[in-house]
Write a protein that binds this ligand. Structure first.
Ligand code: ZN
Length: 601
């Protein structure tokens, strides 16, 4: 059997040491390859750049290796088993790669395990060893990779021998090692663990209680039993971080300390609400994208981009259900939920990119556009997460409207799940649309094509009305205003720029196309030091936009790089780009059906 061994004799230098034993290599010259990207994060990352000291032996003799390209190598022809050894530099603190020091270790298989090309469908085993450094002596190990010894209990967090049915499984179970906190619970009878690494405070009981409700909500929506035999949230807690990546029976999360519920605080903070949404999002992916998936993801080529126009569904529908499930589980109330929808609408509305790129185009080009955003991104691209979740909202409300609330997007997800269970394969580009039409027994093709393949505005006002919800727009109240809530003080004017504090002055992060700043000649990256001859900072900037009149002229003194410039700006009236949702009238029964909660007054 293909056998991997991973350990570290030098964690302080961030090196994992890997040995690979191949009993039956291709005698003509075995090819080895490391993925260039990791499923769930659609960008070429070239993990192989972190491989060093690659060596091979055939029996007792060194074997020559020739490199084929940036991610693959070929061994010299030989008879019999071969042994490979190499090191991987692991110093990327993200959910996508690998990270190792004397405080903890984390890896995805895509960063550390070379694929034995031609034998990817073969079972393999991996021995995971404790790093030999003295600071690692008390470390434990957490992963959903199955133990090779079936007698090992689920709460055994020891190092040892693990197994995988094939290479795809091997690389779909991230591994955390260190002195983590561990918390366990059952949801619908299924064992769940939360592994928390870092320096933090947490109200564990509250986190446990909320996650039980959310996980049960998802399992019951798709129907018991859940498709995993256990589930693990691997959470890295840092000062300032955010990220999540879905796997078949676990997720890797990166969060900030303040995202966790704090002991002694019962209030729902915006940060904790966001963290529950993230956990909910990744958990929903266990069905939507890890199992129900685009056909091109069935056996994806991990050496190059794999294109699909369907991420609006796999990320967008997941983004729609992440907050909806947190509401349905009762962890947040309807005001919170309306605020979250309002924020998503605001995000999409503030970018001109929504008028230039459809959700399907955004999906297809995610490799080079969404994942490689620059300062002009909001003008030219739309997020398939944010717009995708609004498309899902529109589809859900449309089905409910047409069927008098007898059917919904939940039924579409049930059908997709049933089809997956029967066929065990990915779906074609128009499969979801077909199922939507069947679900409401109406041909919605034109409606759906508009949402997914066009750039026209979504019919949000009209559809939210069917639930007795008014959607209105107001001007922003300042650079911290994400929308979703009413505001007493909105800005009078707009510079057409996103700004941030720059040690007391102002930095322009991005400019709206044809906004006041761009027309005046300002650019992203400019540092504004004075407005009308007075020192500029975040407070004086907001006061200025508040007290000025639209179409009035102003002098801005700006550093571009190290050159001083003067610009004359004619301010715009502040655009009505910030969404606020409000319950307007009786539709209690419809909302209660949608939210699966007793309707609040
Ligand atoms: Zn996602």
């Amino acid at each position: 059997m293909i056998h991997y061994k991973i350990g570290s004799s030098h964690p302080a230098a961030h090196y994992f040491d890997i040995d690979l034993h191949i009993p039956h290599p291709d005698p003509q010259g075995q090819v080895l390859r490391l993925p260039a990207w990791i499923p769930g994060s659609y960008m070429i990352r070239d993990f192989a750049r972190n491989i060093i000291e690659l060596k091979a032996r055939g029996g007792e003799r060194p074997l020559a290796i020739s490199q084929l390209d940036k991610s693959s190598w070929q061994l010299a022809a030989c008879e019999g088993a071969v042994d490979i050894s190499y090191r991987v530099y692991a110093w990327d603190l993200s959910v996508r790669s690998a990270h190792l020091d004397t405080t903890h270790g984390f890896f995805n298989g895509t960063s550390v395990f070379l694929e034995v090309v031609g034998q990817a469908d073969q079972p393999c085993e991996v021995l995971i060893l404790q790093p030999t450094h003295k600071d690692c002596a008390d470390w434990r190990l957490a992963t959903t990779l199955p133990h090779k010894n079936p007698g090992v209990a689920m709460d055994d967090f020891s190092f040892g021998l693990f197994q995988a049915e094939d290479y795809q499984e091997l690389i779909d179970h991230p591994v955390e090692m260190g002195l983590f906190e561990q918390l366990e619970f059952e949801a619908c009878g299924l064992r769940h663990d939360v592994i928390l690494t870092g320096n933090f405070n947490c109200d564990y009981e509250r986190l446990r209680a909320d996650l039980i409700l959310i996980c049960e909500q998802h399992i019951r929506m798709f129907g018991e039993p859940a498709p995993m035999s256990r589930y693990m949230f691997l959470v890295m807690v840092v000062g300032d971080g955010y990220g999540g990546l879905e796997h078949r029976s676990s997720t890797s999360l990166l969060c900030s300390r303040k995202d966790l519920p704090q002991p002694g605080q019962d209030k729902m903070s915006d940060e904790y609400r966001g963290f529950l949404g993230l956990c909910s999002h990744e958990y929903f992916h266990s069905w939507n994208v890890k199992r129900i998936k685009p056909g091109v993801f069935d056996d994806p080529d991990l050496s190059a981009e794999v294109y699909t126009p369907l991420l609006w569904a796999f990320e967008g529908i997941t983004s729609y259900y992440d907050d909806l499930a947190v509401l349905r589980s009762g962890c947040i109330g309807q005001q919170d939920y309306l605020e979250l929808i309002g924020q998503t609408i605001t995000r999409v509305r503030r970018g001109r990119g929504r008028l230039r790129q459809s959700a399907a185009e955004s999906s297809f080009n995610c490799w080079t556009k969404f994942y490689k955003q620059d300062e002009n991104a909001a003008n030219v691209i739309v997020s398939y997460y944010a717009k995708g979740s609004l498309i899902a909202l529109c589809i859900d409300l449309k089905i409910r409207q047409l069927t008098d609330n007898q059917k919904s997007l939940d039924d579409v997800m049930h059908s997709l799940w049933e089809n997956y269970q029967n066929q065990q394969q990915g779906i074609g580009e128009h499969e979801i649309q077909k199922i939507i039409n069947q679900t409401c027994d109406t041909d919605l093709t034109d409606f759906l094509e508009q949402l997914i393949y066009r750039t026209s505005e979504l019919p949000l006002e009209e559809l939210l009305q069917t639930m007795g919800i008014d959607l209105a727009y107001r001007a922003s109240s300042g650079s911290q205003d994400k929308g979703g809530k009413a505001s007493e003080s909105t800005l009078n004017c707009s510079l057409g720029a996103n700004v941030k504090d720059n040690n007391g002055s102002l930095k322009l992060i991005s400019l709206s196309e044809d906004g006041a700043a761009q027309i005046a000649g300002l650019s992203a990256g400019d540092e504004v030091i004075a407005i009308n001859g007075l020192r500029a900072n975040l407070q004086s900037y907001h006061d200025w936009l508040n007290l000025s009149a639209p179409d009035s002229e102003h002098q801005l003194t700006v550093f571009r790089r190290d050159e001083l410039h003067q610009f004359t700006v004619t301010l715009d009236a502040a655009p009505q780009d910030t969404a606020v949702l409000q319950i307007s009238e009786d539709r209690h029964a419809a909302r209660a059906n949608w939210w699966q909660r007793p309707a609040e007054a």
